[in-house]
Design a protein around this ligand. Structure first.
Ligand code: MRU
Length: 366
């Protein structure tokens, strides 16, 4: 997608043919900076400190992290160490394990001399697959937005509410929740996005708004607690969010606060869709609330805010009373009963075990 008119992906191989470039998302929206990853530690730090974030991009970065590790040492011990180091970075998004399992399966039992090339090839494939999957999610989601537009009598825009950043910055390109929005915008369907700010790290205000703004998509940033009010007043046609892990039964784990939006949507008969690539489905988990590990992050993310001052300096300030404890649960789980449909690369799927298994039969044995 575009930044200042120039096309970018979120991760790419440099011209040297081995180092990996990423956009440092901790600097957005006020600074656009890229960072070079030169070894597996760089990749792990980028994921842990959220220079890259979003389930699909975490997976893609981990894949390149393994390739960087193989470049330094192609033997089994190094492969296992790289797997463990990268796997320990963040616990909730299942795309991380999916990508690492895929890399290990590709490299195990292959001659050491072939492993570097194989690792880079598989990492590049994961990136290309992600772009194709998201484009396809966009096409299936587009049909939902087109249908919502057809129900409008006055040519008014379709109002989509989204939470966190499940945009192109969270993937390699297109995004998941935003792909249908970009496709609709590209086809001239009037669309307007309510962007939840998404405390505490403000992925909506900082990242989704940045993306949509640079792409010319009309949008409005709202405090996280505004969605219910908008839905009560008929100002939201549909919600589309992303997910970090969806169970075999259709429970959806996503950024903290997603569950509350789903409850409000349910109460107001607003369709609540979740867009996801199939690597986000964890077929080993049946009960999302009980089984999915929820990341807890540093209290400073809640107690402090970073922003731009009027004279252009980036500053961090404290916003909580000195000494008050804070809690920082990064994700929550929306039960399948509150989800209208899962927008996948193979179509819109009902959030239940039978429909998901029917759509992805080759994954059920995972
Ligand atoms: O903590 P983050 O910023 O990595 O959380 C990201 C989300 O919750 C996204 O909605 C999710 O990864 C889907 S991204 C297509």
């Amino acid at each position: 997608m575009k930044v200042d008119g120039k096309s970018y992906r979120t991760i790419w191989l440099n011209e040297d043919g081995w180092s990996v470039e990423i956009i440092d998302q901790t600097k957005l929206p006020h600074r656009f900076e890229t960072v070079t990853l030169r070894n597996v530690e760089d990749a792990a730090t980028a994921i842990r400190d959220m220079l890259v974030r979003g389930a699909p991009l975490i997976g893609a970065t981990a894949a390149y992290g393994v390739a960087l590790a193989m470049r330094e040492d192609p033997f089994d011990d190094a492969l296992d160490r790289a797997y463990e180091t990268l796997h320990a970075t963040r616990p909730t998004a299942i795309n991380l394990k999916w990508a690492l399992d895929g890399m290990r399966a590709t490299l195990r039992n292959r001659p050491h001399g072939e492993r570097v090339a194989l690792a880079y090839r598989r990492a590049a494939e994961i990136c290309e697959e992600d772009v194709a999957i998201n484009a396809s999610i966009g096409d299936h989601g587009l049909a939902l937005i087109r249908a919502a537009a057809a129900r409008k009598t006055d040519g008014a825009p379709v109002n989509v509410l989204t939470h966190c950043n499940a945009g192109w910055l969270a993937t390699v390109d297109w995004g998941t929740a935003t792909a249908p929005i970009y496709k609709a915008h590209g086809q001239g369907i009037p669309v307007h996005v309510w962007v939840d700010e998404t405390r505490p790290r403000n992925q909506g205000a900082a990242l989704t708004a940045f993306e949509l703004g640079h792409h010319g998509v009309p949008h409005t940033v709202i405090p996280d607690n505004t969605g219910g009010h908008l839905m009560q007043h008929g100002m939201v046609d549909l919600c589309i969010t992303g997910t970090d892990r969806t169970t075999a039964t259709g429970d959806v784990c996503n950024k903290i606060g997603t569950y509350l939006k789903a409850l409000a949507a349910h109460d107001n008969d607003v369709p609540f869709y979740v867009a996801l690539p199939s690597p986000t489905i964890d077929f080993t988990v049946a009960d999302g609330v009980k089984e999915i590990p929820i990341e807890q992050r540093a209290g400073d993310e809640v107690a402090k805010m970073t922003g731009k001052t009027e004279d252009g300096r980036i500053e961090t300030v404290s916003i909580v009373a000195d000494g008050s404890p804070v809690a920082n649960y990064a994700f929550d789980v929306t039960p399948a009963r509150l989800v209208t449909g899962l927008i996948t690369e193979r179509g819109v799927v009902e959030p239940n075990r039978e429909a998901i298994a029917r759509t992805f039969p080759e994954r059920v044995e995972d």
